[in-house]
Design a protein around this ligand. Sequence first.
Ligand code: 3PG
Ligand code: CO
Length: 555
Amino acid sequence: TSQWKLPDHPKLPKGKTVAVVVLDGWGEANADQYNCIAVADTPTMDSLKQGAPDKWRLVKAHGTAVGLPTEDDMGNSEVGHNALGAGRIYAQGAKLVDFALASGKIFQGEGFKYIEECLENGTLHLIGLLSDGGVHSRLDQLQLLLKGAAEHGAKRIRVHILTDGRDVLDGSSVGFVEILEKDLEELRKKGVDAQIASGGGRMYVTMDRYENDWGVVKRGWDAQVLGEAPYKFRSAVEAVKKLREDLKVSDQYIPPFVIVDENGKPVGPIVDGDAVVTINFRADRMVMVAKAFEYENFDKFDRVRFPKIRYAGMLQYDGELKLPSHYLVEPPEIERTSGEYLVHNGIRTFACSETVKFGHVTFFWNGNRSGYFNPELEEYVEIPSDSGITFNVQPKMKALEIAEKTREVILSRRFDQVRVNLPNGDMVGHTGDIEATVVACKAADDAVKMILDAIEQVGGIYVVTADHGNAEDMVKRNKSGQPLLDKNGNIQILTSHTLQPVPVAIGGPGLAPGVRFRKDVSKAGLANVAATVMNLHGFEAPSDYEPTLIEVIDN
Ligand code: 3PG
Ligand code: CO
């Protein structure tokens, strides 16, 4: 229909194969021993940087440039891929929840009203990631929610914590649990029966994504709903400290535990008549658990008991599935994404990654929308990730398989846009294993080379970029950039993303002569990439999109 028709670009041709390659967790930073990208042998990415100065640049991938509350917010894949695909900057979940809490509107909304009816006689359970990472959740939001819920009638509250160490420093969980315990004590002084009821590490309990491993969600269910876990403690601080020490596990991988009373009875299983809120605002790692709480018919694991509860998400996690049907805050309404436009304009689109990032180049790219716009023009391929391992064990992950599939698809000339995510820098970077991350960066670089070679063969165009930083900085630093040491004199490994900018490189034999990066969009961010890609397909971008990065000079 006419609403979707994009104007022809006045100077750029149609019909070129465009490969859009997103290196996950690949930022730009000064070279030193903690910059795994600089340490690794990455000739392909190096040559893009050194080759053509007007075809390589940096863009912002964090903070307000991607719709996050402040410039101190590091980038992440959700907001990064949203911006890359949507071409505009939307206030993201973190910000929307902040607004709703600050104005008190969260307690007037449909979602809270829905669970409120259980607060008189039932328990309010809050489940979510406990840290100030700001990627999936934030401690200060949980604190405000606890306080507000108590003011709005919650008499019995149980918190089911998921320890982080991935968006924040490993080992920081103890501190977060201590802060939460203090808050709960304050609530108890005010007559609210409030306690932590269970816990576990985010990568081992509850927060799986893209159906990589339902066992993760099951372990959470057993602890949170059934009150069953391999470890039982009287206090959560003790649990986190002891499990870390005894089992030598990081915060991310703490096994499930339940808190028990003096008789050894779990203090907070979820039962009929209770209310449950998952406090994460970010979608990807909540979709699976939301299904477990919401779906009457469910066969992913044996729930044993399916309590009659009222369940709400902090946000709605999947707009297509309307999941969950109740939520405290409206998610950003990302519409008219570049993917949808291009498909409406006949661009045959292929997208691919391995499981752990598959939804990033599909669901997030398409504005948190599952499925195809037009199955006749699109194909999305998921390469199964290794599951049940930490990725430092297999740092090459499926880079080769992704690149091979992509090459085959490019050479087949069946698609106009071929879009991939290479997860290595990010997934291995999150493990904090520097040596493995170096191997990961090389694997990603090898994959880029294979894809660019195929583009060369078909006379196509490439756009190589990243969604946020990670592997380029593996150490926590002071303000002047020096590595910070802990009290034992060891460096503090940075498992999280960073505030660094990311590269964008364009090229390929199909790139029209005269195309170069403009010099007048110095403040560009990831959202500027969408219009750029539309141009390279021969179209002008919609006028409300962030401006294109390229211009065409006559020569
Ligand atoms: C995760 O969910 O693994 C991290 O919190 C963020 O990683 P991503 O934003 O790169 O997916
Ligand atoms: Co990441």
